[in-house]
Write a protein that binds this ligand. Sequence first.
Ligand SMILES: [Zn+2]
Length: 285
Amino acid sequence: MGSTYMQFAIIILLTGQLTHGHHWGYSKEEQAKWKEHFKSCGGHRQSPISINEAIGRKVRALKLGNYNDPLPGPLMLHNNGHTVALEIAHPQRSQSVPYVANGLLTKRYQFESLHFHWGEKNDLGAEHILRGKRYPMEMHMVHRNKNYPTMEEAMKHADGLTVLAFFYKLDENDNKQLDQLVKHLPRVYAPHANITLTETFALASLIPSSEKRRSYFMYNGSLTTPPCSEAVTWIVYSNPMPVSEVQLNKFRSMFGHDSHTKLINNFRYVQDIGSREVIARIPRL
Ligand SMILES: [Zn+2]
C-alpha cells in the first residue's frame, strides 16, 4: 500500500510541475539554470547590476504623471509565489493611470504594477548593489511603453519597459506610508492569494519626495525574473526610504510557491555590466 501511495504521490508531483511550465527558484543552483529554459537570462544586457562608476549627465527632470492622485481603484494585492505585487484591477477603464515621461525617456510609460525584493536578514534583499551597499529591500514600479498594448508585447522590445527602483534602509521606526501595503500582507501570506483592497492611495505616497528624487542612475537592462526580457530602462534612485524590522518581518512571513517554503531572498544575483554605461543624473537647473 505504501509503495502504491508513493507512486501516486510522485505522479501528482510530476504532473504539477509540467502543468505549471518551467518552475524557477532563487537558490544559487536554480538561478544558474534560468538560462536553460529562458534564453534571455543568459544575455548581455541583464539586471540587476552593481552600480559603482557612472557617467554624470545633466538631464531634465523625469515627469511622474498622476503620481499625486489616488490610484484608480480597485487595487489588487497578489502573492504570485515569487513576490507580492500591487496592481490596478481595471487600468483600461481609467484616465488617471500614473505614468513616467521626459528625462532621457523618449516615450511615455504607463504604470503596470509594483512589487518588492527582500532578504532573510537585514544585510541582503535588494537586487541592485549601490557602491558596494546592499540594502534589505528594493521596490520596483513597472511601467509599460504606451505604444505597446500589453506587457507581453512590450517585453519583446528594447524600449518596452521602464522600471523605477527604490531602496529601503533599516530604521527603528515603521515607515507609515509603506504600512498602507504592509498592513494587508497577512491576507496574502498564502501562495497565490489575491485580494482586492477597499481603499486606494497615491503612488507618490510610497516614494521619496521630489527633492529626494533629484538624483538617480539610469541604464539599459532586463527583467530580473524569467524570462529576463532585455526590455527595461532602469531608473535607480539613490536615496533610500526607511523600513522597520517589524515591517520586513511581515514580508518574510509570506510563503512561496508551495506552502512549506518561506518567501525570502527573492533577489537575483548581480549580472555582468559588460560594455554598458550607467548614467548618473545631475539635476539641470
Ligand atoms: Zn523586481
